[in-house]
Design a protein around this ligand. Structure first.
Ligand SMILES: N[C@@H](CCC(=O)N[C@@H](CS)C(=O)NCC(=O)O)C(=O)O
Length: 204
């Protein structure tokens, strides 16, 4: 399987962490779209994913799986080891909610990042504030459920939250988002050193 990838991409990180849990990491051929230092959506990627976005997973039969929740679900279905989903139904939907909210917060961070690199005269402070509020409320929510997050066994929710935190920190370090969420910070400090997170961390 070919994975269209970039080290800084939080959504791609979800896929790599999932591949570690499911035992499929060595089945992935990594196609790094930032190998030149700049993100280049190649014609090959656009053919695989008309949105030109990563991650995208190209299968041996020529079919493509797109969007990180779907790619992670695909890898889980092919797992030769563990699972990114709990078996208990309530726990499963809690994890999927965490994933959806963390991805949504990352979407807001990414949109702010795109806005911040436009020419200054085209940037909208109102747009930035709107996205920033989504980040603030998300961090607040995750802080409120920090005691329910795993510290030794990890599912897709925890993976997505760590990807969200590190991406916010890379793009907006001066905003120090974890300082707004002390319970979440305590959890993050405990888990960030574990292989699942330290080995997939973006290289700044
Ligand atoms: N919902 C998608 C979001 C993917 C996404 O936005 N990826 C970014 C990189 S982190 C991208 O490819 N951006 C390029 C673009 O939007 O053209 C997912 O979860 O995979």
């Amino acid at each position: 399987m070919k994975l269209y990838y970039a080290n800084l991409s939080p959504y791609t990180r979800k896929v790599i962490a999932t591949a570690m849990i499911t035992g499929l990491l060595d089945k992935l051929e990594i196609i790094d779209l930032m190998s030149t230092g700049k993100y280049i959506p190649t014609p090959e990627l656009k053919k695989a994913n008309p949105l030109g976005k990563i991650p995208a997973l190209l299968l041996a039969n020529g079919e493509t799986v797109v969007d990180s929740p779907v790619i992670c679900e695909y890898l889980d279905a092919k797992s030769i080891k563990g699972s990114i989903y709990p078996k208990d139904e309530d726990a499963y939907f809690f994890q999927r909610k965490l994933e959806a909210l963390a991805d949504g917060c990352t979407d807001a961070t990414l949109l702010r990042r795109y806005e911040s690199v436009r020419p200054p005269e085209l940037q909208s402070a109102e747009w930035d504030a709107k996205q920033k509020e989504k980040m603030a409320l998300s961090f607040q929510y995750f802080d409120s459920v920090a005691s329910r997050l795993g510290t030794s066994e990890f599912y897709i929710g925890e993976i997505s939250i760590v990807a969200m935190i590190d991406y916010a920190d890379i793009r907006f370090p001066q905003e120090n988002w974890l300082s707004t969420a002390p319970n979440l910070k305590k959890w993050y400090d405990l888990v960030k050193v574990l292989p699942l997170f330290s080995e997939t961390a973006p290289k700044k």
